[in-house]
Design a protein around this ligand. Structure first.
Ligand code: GDP
Length: 534
């Protein structure tokens, strides 16, 4: 093996690519920032732009524009820690929760789930968890805000198991909570780690470490906490799920860590243990079988397309997850879906908080490439194998629907062009009612803010004013049925039948009752919650 080969393989094996999922305000931004702090990518906490300042009134257009810009740099971060090269994928929350949030999970190899200790499992976490589960990727749980009075640790574990349906295995255990939160017991190393919050989490927290029975902890913790800890550990050892690497890697068991991102308590033990357990990029499924990341053909797929902030430039950035081989600047590769060679121009990477030009990148890395409007979500790029296609990225179920039409029918063409391009970026899904002209479409979105972004962009980038009427539907299902015949299909009054762009039938429902009714009434019907884009 040549030296170059060895280096390539070392580079692949030190990559870890994960997404952070949570409900807004659980502490995702704070935890990410602390990772950067421990990795040495930032010198003091507080330097990453607070997400708070990005929250905005829904109708504030300048803010939306700003947010679209910010989310490019904050959605992918790369940093180094202990010789690992780590890629973090942020999953947008708040009002900018959208299909992109789900799609980002397709590019990750594992997920970190942040839970607020006072709130337990919340709605958005649940939705994102389902996608991780569908992919069968390992999910690591960080129970945050232990420095605040929250729910009991055992109760939180129960919540994870009951609400998410995944078994859990605590990797560490909190020592005290709220004002009395002192640190964690590391079950793997069998040691107590008591933290010192010298400067309120701005810099790395020092820890005093030692054996569970070490007498110094009697004084440090006080006898009450020390005894309680010993009791808890005993109970866990008897009643808890055992650590099982195989189950963790299949996403059947989640290792749980307690900590406080704000004060840095438990952040480093989490990072260390997480990196220890997670795997380098694993093979990805394609039409040619599993593709080994260490094979020398450069390949990857596009999972996100970001429109340019500047309306004068219609170009976009496509986010590519590298799956195999080495990327080198200026490379010409096959764009498989279009059967064309493309030169990957202006490749960018997102290191810590900055965008930089990439000269080389490896499997597990995410690069942003200039897109003159040719890429679609799910497209494969491959240097040598021009027939290689990675498994498509599903369309996830929108939860909000509206009828949209152009106010001026002379602008039909621009209207359609705008809708088609914005749909191509994956911000909206477009449906049609059978036998209705092209000047009216039904749009579905995952996050309601997308409606406003759509209206704004159609006006500003395509010069089209629209009329929008919100529809009462909340659920979408893709129809699977041999010999589907709309005329003979039995519906309920409050359900709508629409078509996707390939004229395939899709149903919109207002409630779950109707979904059940329609399944009962139509023999041989099955309904899917996601749709695979090929
Ligand atoms: P995100 O919406 O999940 O990204 O949450 P942020 O990281 O922005 O945190 C939301 C709020 O919770 C902020 O005010 C943080 O300062 C606070 N926060 C985050 N982590 C902790 C923690 O460990 N303890 C406490 N007390 N507050 C925290």
């Amino acid at each position: 093996m040549t030296e170059q080969n060895l280096n390539f393989i070392d580079e692949v094996r030190r990559r870890r690519t994960f997404a952070i999922i949570s409900h807004p305000d659980a502490g995702k931004t704070t935890l990410t920032e602390k990772f950067l702090l421990y990795g040495g990518a930032i010198r003091s906490a507080g330097s990453v732009k607070s997400r708070r300042s990005q929250k905005h009134a829904v109708s504030d257009w300048m803010e939306i524009e700003k947010q679209r810009g910010i989310s490019v740099t904050s959605s992918v971060l790369q940093f180094e820690y202990n010789n690992f090269c780590i890629n973090i994928l942020d999953t947008p929350g708040h009002q900018d929760f959208s299909e992109d949030t789900y799609r980002t999970l397709m590019a990750a190899d594992s997920a970190v789930m942040v839970i607020d200790s006072a709130k337990g499992v919340e709605d958005q976490t649940k939705k994102l968890f389902q996608v991780c589960k569908m992919r069968g990727i390992p999910i690591f749980t960080f129970i945050n805000k232990m420095d605040r009075t929250g729910r009991e640790p055992f109760e939180l574990l129960e919540d994870i198991e009951n609400v998410l349906g995944i078994r859990s295995c605590p990797m560490n255990w909190p020592i005290g909570s709220g004002k009395d939160f002192k640190g964690v017991y590391n079950r793997h190393k069998e040691q107590i780690e008591v933290f010192d919050d010298g400067n309120h989490g701005q810099s790395i927290a020092d820890a005093i470490k030692g054996d569970l029975t070490d007498e110094k902890f009697n004084d440090l913790l006080g006898p009450g906490l020390h005894e309680q800890l010993m009791g808890d550990i005993e109970l866990l050892d008897i009643a808890g799920d055992n650590f099982d690497l195989d189950k963790i890697l299949k996403g059947e068991l989640t290792p749980v860590f307690f900590g406080s991102a704000l004060t840095n308590f438990g952040v480093e033990p989490f990072l260390e243990s997480f990196l220890d357990i997670t795997m380098p990029p694993t093979p990805r499924i394609s039409n040619l079988g599993e593709i080994d990341p260490e094979s020398d053909n450069f390949s990857g797929f596009i999972f996100k397309i970001q429109a340019n902030m500047d309306p004068a430039h219609r170009d976009r950035i496509a986010f590519l997850r590298i799956c195999s081989g080495k990327f080198e600047k200026g490379m010409a590769v096959n764009h498989v879906q279009r059967n064309k060679k493309v030169k990957l121009a202006q490749p960018q990477q997102f290191v810590a908080q900055d965008r930089v030009m990439v000269t080389s990148a490896y499997p597990g890395d995410i690069i942003g490439i200039h897109d003159p409007g040719i890429f679609n979500i799910g497209d494969t790029l491959s240097a040598k194998q021009s027939k290689l296609k990675y498994k498509g990225i599903p369309q996830f179920a929108p939860e909000h629907f509206a009828t949209i039409s152009t106010k001026n029918s002379l602008k039909r063409k621009q209207f359609l062009k705008g809708i088609t391009q914005i749909a191509q970026e994956g911000a909206i899904q477009v449906y049609k009612r059978p036998n209705i002209g092209i000047e009216e479409v039904i749009v579905g979105v995952v996050g309601v803010l997308q409606f406003e972004v759509l209206e704004y962009r159609l006006k500003n980038e395509y010069g089209v004013d629209i009329t929008m009427q919100r529809l009462p539907y909340r659920y979408i299902r893709w129809v699977e049925m041999d010999n589907f015949n709309a005329a003979r299909f039995s519906m309920t009054m409050d359900t709508m039948l629409v078509e996707n762009k390939d004229e395939e039938p899709v149903l919109l429902f207002q409630n779950e009752w109707s979904i059940r009714q329609i399944i009962e009434r139509n023999e041989g019907l099955s309904l899917r919650e996601t749709s695979l884009v090929e």
